[in-house]
Ligand binder design. Structure first.
Ligand SMILES: C[S@@+](CC[C@H](N)C(=O)[O-])C[C@H]1O[C@@H](n2cnc3c(N)ncnc32)[C@H](O)[C@@H]1O
Length: 207
């Protein structure tokens, strides 16, 4: 029997050092619930950057695939321009996320055989992927990409599965707008729980 708690904590070389204690501790409890309830499905992160959070997902689910979606080259230029014009972010913010590469991301992963890299602009990068999921992290910062993430992943979540929407209660105002827009589109309220982590993650549970 794997001690999943220790697996998550030990994911990062040198021990438990993630800057966002509340987010990673909450994730750990969510993982425990997923296994306790026997929720099936794979895992994914949309918005990986250098794999800081993705490494925890990969380490926590040794028996599930971990789909990693990112351009690995920063934001789409048009979407970034829209967000800049809306005053939701700065140019320095946009430029910062170009500084990554796949080799560095893969070095952080514990279960390499489980990693499926989906490089490119989401949702184009899906290429007809049909899967179900128990845990998904949406961390793409901007309204349209968060919305597209919800549109794809929410219907494919197993019952009782969890989506973490990063930055929901933050200066990135498009994130909250995207969740509200998606709720209006599907015509029902999502089961949601805000976290008091560093970037105001919203936890959505598939009912
Ligand atoms: C805030 S970073 C992700 C941080 C990461 N989750 C971590 O743990 O450090 C946002 C990432 O989303 C990616 N991104 C934004 N919109 C995207 C889209 N539509 N398709 C693919 N990647 C996207 C950017 O390239 C960037 O790497």
């Amino acid at each position: 029997m794997i001690n999943r708690s220790n697996t998550v904590r030990a994911a990062r070389k040198g021990g438990y050092q993630h800057s966002d204690y509340v987010r990673t501790e909450s994730f750990e409890l969510v993982v425990k619930e997923i296994y306790k309830k026997g929720i099936k499905g794979n895992t994914a992160e949309l918005g990986v950057f250098r794999g800081e959070f993705a490494q925890y997902i990969n380490a926590a689910f040794p028996d599930r695939k971990c789909y990693l979606f990112d351009t690995f080259d920063g934001f789409d230029a048009n979407e970034a321009l829209r967000e800049l014009k809306s005053g939701n972010c700065t140019d320095a913010f946009v430029q910062a996320y170009k500084q990554t590469n796949l080799v560095a991301v893969m070095k952080r992963m514990r279960y390499l055989d489980n990693i499926v890299i989906k490089q490119g602009y989401f949702p184009k990068s899906l290429e007809g992927l049909e899967e179900t999921f128990c845990f998904v992290s949406l961390d793409v910062d901007f309204e349209d990409s968060i919305y597209e993430g919800l549109k794809y992943f929410y219907p494919r979540m197993e019952q009782g599965g969890y989506i973490f929407v990063h930055d929901y209660n933050s200066d990135l105002r498009g994130v909250e707008k995207a969740v509200d827009r998606y709720e209006v589109d599907i015509g029902k309220a999502l089961y949601r729980m805000p976290l008091c982590d560093a970037n105001g993650t919203l936890v959505i549970i598939k009912g």
